[in-house]
Design a protein around this ligand. Sequence first.
Ligand SMILES: C[S@@+](CC[C@H](N)C(=O)[O-])C[C@H]1O[C@@H](n2cnc3c(N)ncnc32)[C@H](O)[C@@H]1O
Length: 252
Amino acid sequence: MGSWTIEFIQTKDGSNTLYSQRFEQYFHSVKEGALNESLYKHIVPALQHHKNKNELNILDICFGLGYNTLATIYYIKKNNINIKLNIYSPEFDTELLHSLPNFQYPKEFLEFKYIIDKISQTFRYQDKNINIEVFNGDAREYIKTLSNIHIVYQDAFSSDVNKSLWTKEYFNDIYKLLDKDAIITTYSIATPIRLSMYENNLFIYEYKNDFTNRITIAMKNKFTIEPSGYKYIDMELKKQRNSSAKPLRDLD
Ligand SMILES: C[S@@+](CC[C@H](N)C(=O)[O-])C[C@H]1O[C@@H](n2cnc3c(N)ncnc32)[C@H](O)[C@@H]1O
């Protein structure tokens, strides 16, 4: 038996997700919708930030069912964006990767089924404009091999069950692979997670749109003018007000 339940769980927007028995968590927010979450917490803010680029290197932490990778492709095709995408994504669950062709994806992804089929067989996909590499192993090892990343979709299970992908040491390795105007998108708004990023010289913003709960955006550069929906978070002030707040550490 796999480490996730076989039954598809329908989320609020009608798209399906899975429940992980190993991590005791759903792969997506059932209340907010899997596709909705992927598009509005990750893809829209990240691609709007980089709207003038003609090539993007994206780190998708972690591949899971591949919503963030597929929604990125869906978004650029739907909006006729002419861009080259290089997507790098770790995923240590081999059985899950092999099972992906059986998953019932939302109709928005049906035209990309051939991409999922190929990834599930070879852990790679390549055409003229899209290059996807799924690393079948531990994300902590894989991130040490990457550089010049413009976007990180930080979408691991939550820190209480998947701590190694939220610590100060993890974000230290993430910081090293970032390009100069990189953006990290994550659903987590917890202060210890923000501190794990802030204590690696990242600027912390809260971002809110009309479709999902607020999220955290971490940036390598500070905005001169904050775009609509963004609010700068003064982490020094947070630390003063809550002296017991600490980043997560590998050895905690
Ligand atoms: C919340 S799910 C990913 C959600 C993903 N965006 C999707 O569309 O399904 C987290 C994924 O991370 C994987 N994972 C957790 N820890 C990992 C690690 N250290 N290295 C590689 N994969 C990991 C799990 O197997 C799971 O598939």
